[in-house]
Design a protein around this ligand. Structure first.
Ligand SMILES: Cc1cc2nc3c(=O)[nH]c(=O)nc-3n(C[C@H](O)[C@H](O)[C@H](O)COP(=O)(O)O)c2cc1C
Length: 189
């Protein structure tokens, strides 16, 4: 089978495209769409976001040391794209994208109410990698929409219709193919 070998580039897809909210005291809140994000440690719970220094949000996150990762759904796809192609330098993205800022528990940056999961983060380190600087952050708390709690009190987030970003395109999730560890379980469900 013929294969092509390309030069180095970013091809790790699909990824979540999240809306990261941030705010300086006394200023309007802002949202930046970020696909270069990831879980980097379980205990302590830590995440990363990589942001170009020229983004309006970059200085806000650097100065306040805080941000919120808001997970995105199929319904939020339009807003996610919009917050990734317009700058908070020019507009109020919460207003323009009809999103609702609500107070967090641990940080001053607002949560996006329409998102099913909000992850409140405090910056621990900034690594200046090149085009992007990576904010390594502690997760201080997670807020979830009770609409997705099932009758047993389990959070069924896959009912929220999560969205993913893959090589320039947005998708919903496909059918469920298995569950964690199902390959070695007797009943393979
Ligand atoms: C799907 C998508 C993913 C993006 N991922 C990133 C990213 O990981 N890091 C980044 O710096 N910019 C990323 N961007 C671009 C910013 O979201 C965009 O420049 C935005 O307008 C910056 O907003 P601000 O100037 O209000 O901070 C992405 C945009 C889109 C549409």
């Amino acid at each position: 089978m013929a294969r092509q070998n390309w030069q180095a580039g970013n091809m790790l897809y699909p990824l979540p495209a999240v809306m990261v909210s941030c705010q300086r005291p006394e200023e309007k809140p802002n949202i930046i769409t970020v696909a270069w994000t990831g879980t980097i440690c379980s205990t302590p719970a830590m995440v990363s976001i990589s942001v170009r220094p020229e983004r309006y949000s970059y200085d806000i996150i650097k100065e306040t040391g805080e941000f919120v990762i808001n997970l995105t759904t199929e319904k939020l796809t339009y807003a996610t794209d919009f917050c990734g192609v317009r700058s908070g330098r020019d507009i109020d993205k919460f207003k323009a994208a009809h999103l609702t800022p609500i107070p967090g528990v641990h940080v001053s940056a607002p949560l996006i109410e329409e998102s099913p999961v909000n992850i409140e983060c405090r910056v621990k380190d900034v690594i200046e990698l090149g085009s992007h600087h990576m904010f390594l952050a502690d997760v201080l708390g997670v807020s979830v929409d009770e609409a997705y709690m099932d009758e047993k009190g389990k959070f069924d987030m896959n009912r929220a219709g999560m969205m993913v970003y893959s090589h320039g395109e947005y998708f919903g999730l496909g059918k469920q193919l298995g569950t964690f560890g199902y390959s070695v379980r007797k009943t393979k469900k």
